[in-house]
Structure formats: structure tokens, C-alpha cells
Design a protein around this ligand. Structure first.
Ligand SMILES: *[C@@H]1O[C@H](CO)[C@@H](O)[C@H](O)[C@H]1NC(C)=O
Ligand SMILES: *[C@@H]1O[C@H](CO)[C@@H](O)[C@H](O)[C@H]1NC(C)=O
Ligand SMILES: *[C@@H]1O[C@H](CO)[C@@H](O)[C@H](O)[C@H]1NC(C)=O
Ligand SMILES: *[C@@H]1O[C@H](CO)[C@@H](O)[C@H](O)[C@H]1NC(C)=O
Ligand SMILES: *[C@@H]1O[C@H](CO)[C@@H](O)[C@H](O)[C@H]1NC(C)=O
Length: 418
């Protein structure tokens, strides 16, 4: 694509993203929209679509809350069994799916049992758990911090999620199900968090029967596309301006922002092709596996909130290429870590059995990155290229043929270790 076109698309994307990032942007559109905003305030309250979807598709749902050691109230959604297989007397091995950044459980539930992984695994005899990231819609609560008012609520990245949240969640599930280990599936940042946990809390390797990586982000060895370099060059200014406005939460799920994106990108809209192209700039180009008719659903559930610090940490990793702790700058690092540079995550400590799935069209987690990771991991059992040449970063959720390409082979893999 021509660079100027790329730049324009990127600007549109940044604009759309900023609209989600700040509620105040609506003031800009004047009183008409403001009153509309007021009328939509109820809609902005968290509506539990997970309940709606599982009910619609007739699957059992349990909602579990776990209070983390740092006081965050985290939500787990559980499908304890499927539609076909509730009568099984045999123990059902637990599978924990860790969502990626800006992901919500609905992203993996809205298309239904023919397409979505949790239903497929529940029907295949697994006890299915989905972990909601700190700061996303269903995990945006704390025992004494208010996410809307207290900036310290948002002072975390995937590091804290890996060191504190995930280990505690695993203990919770194992205790409740009386099992000694579980299957862990990490998608994108979910995989990153798995590696943070296994390298910093190595005793948890024994609690993972198999660690499945979907498009993991750790060390970045590939050359990033120009669109990323543009993002990296404007990012520090972007962060500064958000911090100046006291914005530390990124892309919270908001009904109004979602509705605007939905109408911009819906069928028949002249903007639809720009929506598609903008997303492909970030995740890799794959026209064949992406159905734009999904847009009205997607923007109801995505993006879901995260912290600005998480985005900063990722950009640090992707721009330096090194999978290591958050960089506070030399002075800050000396105070935090006692060294000029942040410590690296030691992947030799990730002794759990691992499998890695990558998409050849993914520009975030590439073949080269995944090969590098597989070489670093002491117990890598498999490195799998998804057998479709353009498979990109979001195809792991929404590819038209994701079931045949990825989920069915995954069920076979898990069955092997069951
Ligand atoms: C399991 O399914 C049977 C019908 O197949 C139903 O009668 C029973 O109530 C179900 N059990 C649970 C716990 O939902
Ligand atoms: C383990 O589960 C039991 C109930 O099954 C509960 O009473 C207990 O507090 C749990 N322990 C931990 C450490 O979560
Ligand atoms: C940001 O927060 C600080 C204190 O927490 C306050 O003094 C300042 O006025 C706030 N800035 C804006 C733009 O709201
Ligand atoms: C959207 O557009 C495509 C062709 O452009 C059409 O085949 C499809 O039926 C439309 N879907 C809806 C829901 O209108
Ligand atoms: C990383 O872990 C391995 C295995 O425990 C150990 O031998 C090595 O010294 C560690 N490396 C660093 C830099 O700590």
C-alpha cells in the first residue's frame, strides 16, 4: 500500500481510537450529542452480554469473583459443561482461556457454538474458564480504589497480571475443581502474561498441564512494518497528552463509542472499507477470513478497557525487541530494580509443556518471533503454523474458518494430554 494512504488510514484509526479513549471528546460534538449521551448513560452501564449470549446458545454459565492480593476484583466466566456432555461422570479437565489486550469474553462467544472456542471446548468435555483482564469491563473493580477516580487503580501492566492475578486465579480454579493442574490457553497478551507468571513464579509451571500459546507476544525479533514505526514515533507525545488530562484508562467499553463505530463500519457504509483496512494495518491483511458483517457485533464487545501503562509496556517491548519488565528510565529503574535497565523475563524458567500456534499473516506475533520463543522455551512440544497463508492476529478469534483451521486441531491436541 502507498505510504500516504497508509498514513491516512492510520490517522483515521487513531481518531476512532481516541474517540473511544476519552468520553470528553463527545463534548466536541455539541449539545445535540450531549443530550443523546445523557439518554445513553443507562446503556453505558455494564450490560451483561455474556449472560445473554450463553442463554441464547443454551449453555450453562457461572460467574466467579476472585479478590486478588492487590485488591482487584477479578471476574471469571465458566462454562462448567456443554450442551451435549453434562452427564459425564468423568472429571472434566479445566481449561483456562486468558484474553488478549482489549479483549472481552464476548469476543469469544458471540458467534455461537459452531464457531467459538469456549462452546467447542465445553462440548468436547472440558470445564471451560475465561479470565477477564484487570481493568476490562467485568474486572474493573477494587476493594478500595475507584477506577473512575483513583489513578493508582490503573498503575499496572501485564507484569502485575502475571505476577499476582494469574497465579491466584489458577489456585482458585484448582482448589474449586480439586485438580492438580489445568490447561492454559493464552491469546496474545494472555500468552505474554502466562510467560510472565511462569518465569517469575516458576512453582506455577507444575500447575499447568499444557500451555497453549495463540499468537504470543514476548521477544520481538522481526522487523516491524512502517505503520508501527509511525505509531512508535507519535506514541510518547500521545502518552504525555493523555497523562496531562489524567487519562490512565485506555479504550473503556462505552456503548456510545461502540455505536458510532458500528454505524461507521456497518454494511452499506462508505467507511466500511476504511474500517477494514485500518484494522488490517494493525493485525495483518486477510480479506478472505474476515467477514465485515461481524462489525456490528465486534464493536459492541471490542475494544474493552486496559491501562495506559499496559500499552506503554508493550510498546517498550516491541520497539526494543526485548521481553523485560516495565522501563521507568535509568533513574526509576535504579530505584525499582537496582539496575539501569529493567530485568528480562527468564524464559528458561518456563518449564511447563508448551505449544505455539502462529498465523503466517500476523504482523504482531510473527513466525520469526514464535520460532525464537520456541527455541528459548525448555519444554516446547510443538510450533504450529495455522494452515492458511494470510491468517492474522485477530483471525484467532474471528476467522471465518477458525474452527477447521485452529480450534478442531487444538481439541485434538488437548485430548492427547487429557
Ligand atoms: C443434564 O442434561 C439432562 C438432559 O440431558 C438434564 O435433565 C439435566 O438437568 C442436566 N443437568 C444439569 C446439571 O444441567
Ligand atoms: C478452597 O475451596 C473451599 C471450598 O471448596 C473453600 O472453603 C476454601 O476457602 C478454598 N481455599 C482457597 C485457598 O481458596
Ligand atoms: C489531574 O489530577 C491532578 C491531581 O490528581 C489535578 O491537580 C489536576 O488538576 C488534574 N488535571 C486535569 C486536567 O484534570
Ligand atoms: C452485507 O452486504 C453483503 C454484500 O455486500 C450481502 O451479501 C449481505 O447479505 C449483507 N448483510 C446484511 C446483514 O445486510
Ligand atoms: C534463567 O534461568 C535459568 C534456569 O533456571 C538459569 O540457569 C539462568 O541462570 C537464569 N538466567 C538469569 C539471567 O537469571
Amino acid at each position: 500500500m502507498h505510504t500516504v494512504v497508509r498514513m491516512k488510514l492510520l490517522l483515521v484509526l487513531l481518531m476512532l481510537d481516541c474517540m473511544c479513549a476519552s468520553a470528553d471528546v463527545w463534548e466536541f460534538f455539541g449539545p445535540k450529542l450531549r443530550s443523546r449521551r445523557r439518554s445513553l448513560e443507562n446503556e453505558n452501564a455494564v450490560h451483561d452480554y455474556v449472560k445473554d449470549l450463553t442463554k441464547k446458545y443454551d449453555y450453562p454459565l457461572e460467574v466467579h469473583k476472585v479478590i486478588s492480593r492487590q485488591g482487584y476484583i477479578l471476574t471469571l466466566h465458566r462454562l462448567p459443561f456443554g450442551r451435549k456432555s453434562n452427564a459425564t461422570k468423568r472429571a472434566r479437565p479445566s481449561v483456562l482461556l486468558h484474553l488478549g489486550m482489549f479483549g472481552s469474553p464476548e469476543c469469544f462467544l458471540f458467534r455461537g457454538p459452531q464457531h467459538d472456542l469456549p462452546y467447542i471446548l465445553a462440548d468436547a468435555g472440558y470445564d471451560m474458564w475465561i479470565l477477564n483482564n484487570r481493568g476490562s469491563t467485568y474486572s474493573k473493580a477494587h476493594v478500595n480504589l475507584n477506577p473512575e477516580r483513583d489513578k493508582t487503580f490503573w498503575d499496572f501492566s501485564f507484569h502485575e497480571q502475571g505476577v499476582y492475578d494469574l497465579p491466584q486465579i489458577i489456585d482458585y480454579v484448582l482448589n474449586l475443581t480439586r485438580q492438580k493442574d489445568l490447561f492454559f490457553i493464552g491469546y496474545s497478551m494472555g500468552a505474554t502474561i502466562g510467560h510472565v507468571m511462569c518465569s517469575t513464579r516458576p512453582e506455577y509451571n507444575a500447575k499447568i498441564r499444557h500451555f497453549v500459546n495463540f499468537a504470543p507476544v514476548t521477544d520481538t525479533v522481526h522487523i516491524l512494518p512502517p505503520s508501527y514505526n509511525i505509531v512508535f514515533s507519535v506514541f510518547p507525545e500521545f502518552v504525555k497528552s493523555l497523562r496531562a488530562q489524567n487519562i490512565t484508562e485506555l479504550f473503556p467499553r462505552r456503548a456510545l463509542a461502540g455505536n458510532i463505530l458500528r454505524s461507521l463500519c456497518q454494511n452499506g457504509s462508505s467507511m466500511q472499507s476504511i474500517c477494514v483496512a485500518s484494522i488490517f494495518l494493525i493485525v495483518g491483511v486477510d480479506y478472505k477470513q474476515f467477514n465485515p458483517e461481524l462489525f456490528p457485533h465486534i464493536f459492541r464487545y471490542f475494544p474493552d478497557g486496559s491501562s495506559l501503562k499496559t500499552a506503554e509496556h508493550f510498546i517498550q517491548i516491541m520497539s526494543t525487541g526485548i521481553f523485560r519488565e516495565y522501563d521507568y528510565g535509568t533513574t526509576g529503574n535504579r530505584i525499582m530494580y537496582g539496575s539501569d535497565a529493567p530485568p528480562k523475563y527468564n524464559l528458561s524458567q518456563v518449564t511447563a509443556a508448551t505449544s505455539i500456534y502462529y498465523g503466517a499473516g500476523d504482523i504482531i506475533s510473527t513466525k520469526a518471533d514464535c520460532e525464537y520463543l520456541a527455541k528459548k522455551l525448555p519444554n516446547a512440544m510443538g510450533l504450529f503454523k495455522i494452515p492458511y497463508h494470510h491468517f492474522n492476529h485477530m483471525d484467532f478469534m474471528w476467522a471465518t474458518n477458525v474452527r477447521q483451521l485452529l480450534y478442531d486441531p487444538l481439541v485434538n491436541l488437548l485430548n492427547k494430554y487429557k
